[in-house]
Design a protein around this ligand. Structure first.
Ligand code: SF4
Length: 253
């Protein structure tokens, strides 16, 4: 495996897509999925955040995925690059991970290593990208990602994700930014809050439903336009990831 074979694969996948967003902006964020493309592109939450973050003035948001063969990347010392512009993920101002469940934390760590970034937040400097965690895991068990990220959005990120990018642009001082975010409900800042989790963020009903941005044949739910007619579950079974979602039970659209 070499850089050219990776670029060829990425370009073939992009060629097969409908709805790819290509955007020039002053600031660059990356939305990263800690599982391969085939898995990530069936995530409606990932697709919704891709669209929402690209609507923030002054920002572009490109996608990156855990490589299909991480070991081959590591052997060849290849860096993680984005799909839209094949830019280095590690060069973005913000890298936001959508984590579905605990087993994907290994993928998050692999992605950080492929970016050439220290895995632990405490070992990174303010000159390095702000690492953000979010996704379904934050409903059920966010604590395990705490050591690896600078900021976690707990729960529904459709509103707080764009707010985070605006805050990053408005406050260049990393410590001041984290202190500012720590005061906002829905953000968990592990370096400030420790193991104390706040409330789960809730998107306004008017911003539902979530729906597909990109259609591709190269995913599990291939070439399907997905739409979320209801969110959450009304039952709250204690063993289920849905039990904390979503802010009062099932929300019908
Ligand atoms: S297992 Fe989960 S999705 Fe199923 S009824 Fe219980 S809470 Fe709802």
């Amino acid at each position: 495996m070499d850089r050219f074979s990776i670029q060829k694969l990425i370009r073939e996948r992009l060629f097969a897509e409908q709805g790819t967003i290509r955007r020039e902006a002053q600031n660059r964020a990356v939305l990263a999925y800690p599982s391969p493309y085939h898995v990530g592109m069936s995530s409606l939450g990932f697709q919704t955040m891709y669209r929402g973050l690209n609507e923030v003035p002054g920002w572009s948001c490109e996608r990156a995925f855990l490589p299909d063969d991480v070991a081959a990347y590591q052997r060849a010392q290849l860096p993680l690059i984005t799909y839209e512009s094949e830019s280095l993920v590690g060069g973005a101002a913000v890298i936001a991970f959508s984590v579905a469940y605990e087993l994907e934390i290994g993928g998050l760590i692999d992605c950080l290593e492929l970016c050439g970034l220290p895995v632990l937040a405490r070992d990174r400097s303010a000159a390095q990208p702000l690492i953000v965690g979010g996704g379904p895991l934050t409903f059920s068990n966010p604590l395990p990602i705490g050591p690896f990220v600078d900021v976690v959005i707990l729960g529904e990120a459709e509103t707080l994700g764009p707010a985070l990018l605006r805050a990053v642009e408005g406050e260049p001082n990393r410590d001041a930014l984290l202190r500012q975010l720590a005061t906002i409900s829905g953000f968990w800042i592990p370096s400030i809050h420790g193991a104390t989790l706040g409330s789960i963020a809730k998107v306004e009903d008017q911003d539902l439903p979530a729906y597909s941005q990109v259609l591709t044949p190269n995913t599990e739910l291939s070439s399907m336009f997905l739409i979320e007619p209801e969110r959450g579950c009304s039952r709250g079974c204690t063993y289920c990831v849905m039990r904390r979602s979503t802010n009062g039970g099932m929300r019908l659209v």
